[in-house]
Design a protein around this ligand. Structure first.
Ligand SMILES: C[S@@+](CC[C@H](N)C(=O)[O-])C[C@H]1O[C@@H](n2cnc3c(N)ncnc32)[C@H](O)[C@@H]1O
Length: 326
């Protein structure tokens, strides 16, 4: 797991116990003082837990490939006194990102963060979401708690440096916060909690904390393996982040990838979905492409196979009905 903007390290030490000795926790922060404070407790926590699975690294959360301690060590040996030397430093940073990434692509199961994303400069916020997406494994998830506002901050709020460091001026407008996950390629995006009462109100704009969870893994080819799903309701229909519309009670034809996403017990959708797998499985290497743009139902005959002619009788046992059903 990775904690973005780990500060004094409290969340990492809690996660350390959650993931256990076989897991790993990385706290990311760019502030030396906070890193020192968080690292101060490493040996004490290792002793108390009986294992050490936490490390704190120095990086900008919008640039998780660049190890800033490595970059600083290079700077010690190669101080910059000219634009040309600045170019050399930038080239070294790029080399580090490419050849020795601090957090490699698809290496993390869960990214968490509490009250940090709003502190990133507006022009870096898209890069930040792209980085969260990059480091997560397929099937991984981000669980992010941050400050959001119900209306755009006014120019006077945006011009106040105190409100920037106070997690106010950089707050996401709440609808935009969810859209940022969508634009980065996440699916199953969900508000897990939202403070009822605002944390602060400034010039009539309400600021509150919200926790959002989003999953990675909807990318990839669509293959026909005769799978279907039934959406249980209660809505008449729903649409996922890939544009599939599922009508309540209908056996909707889906591709293999969508079937797996919608029915995965640890994913966001399975509680609302009934899986309808085919009676005879189509091997993956024989599956044809599936056109995910279409929204269609799957005939029960396709699920069971055209030659299915079974007859099953209930031994003549009478159907007995009581208050709990039949
Ligand atoms: C409000 S504190 C939150 C600390 C911690 N998440 C918690 O809940 O206790 C914000 C932390 O994020 C760090 N931070 C802010 N912007 C950052 C960035 N762009 N990259 C890395 N760390 C950042 C700060 O140094 C600080 O430690």
């Amino acid at each position: 797991m990775v904690d973005l903007g780990s500060g004094a390290g409290k969340i990492c030490y809690i996660l350390s116990q959650k993931v256990g000795p076989a897991g790993q926790v990385i706290g990311v922060d760019f502030n030396d003082e906070m890193l020192r404070l968080a690292r101060k407790y490493l040996s004490e926590m290792r002793r108390k837990l009986g294992y050490g699975n936490v490390r704190f690294v120095k990086a900008k959360i919008q640039d998780l490939a660049l190890d800033l301690e490595r970059a600083e060590a290079w700077l010690q040996k190669h101080p910059i006194r000219s634009v040309e030397q600045l170019g050399d430093f930038e080239a070294e940073c790029e080399r580090l990102r490419q050849q020795e990434p601090l957090i490699p692509d698809a290496s993390v199961d869960v990214v968490v963060s509490n009250c940090v994303l709003n502190l990133v400069r507006p022009q870096d916020k898209h890069k930040l979401f792209a980085e969260i997406f990059r480091v997560l494994k397929r099937g991984g998830r981000a669980v992010i708690s941050d400050i959001v506002c119900d209306e755009d901050p006014t120019p006077s709020i945006l011009a106040d440096p105190e409100l920037w460091s106070g997690c106010i001026a950089g707050a996401f407008r709440e609808d935009r916060f969810l859209e940022m996950f969508e634009e980065a390629g996440f699916h199953g995006i969900e508000i897990l909690s939202r403070q009822d009462e605002p944390w602060q109100v400034i010039e009539g704009i309400e600021f509150r904390s919200i926790t959002v969870r989003a999953f990675k893994g909807k990318q990839g080819p669509c293959l026909e393996r005769h799978q279907a799903v039934i959406y249980k309701g209660p809505w008449k229909f729903v649409r996922d982040d890939d544009g599939h519309t599922l009508y309540r009670g209908q056996r909707m034809a889906v591709c293999d990838k969508t079937f797996k996403i919608l029915t995965d017990p640890s994913g966001p959708y399975s509680r609302d979905i009934i899986a309808v797998p085919p009676y005879e499985e189509i091997p993956l290497d024989q599956a044809a492409p599936f056109d995910c743009k279409r929204t269609g139902t799957r005939s029960p005959r396709e699920t069971k196979g055209l030659d299915y002619r079974a007859t099953m009788v209930n031994d003549g046992a009478a159907c007995v009905c009581g208050p709990d059903g039949c």
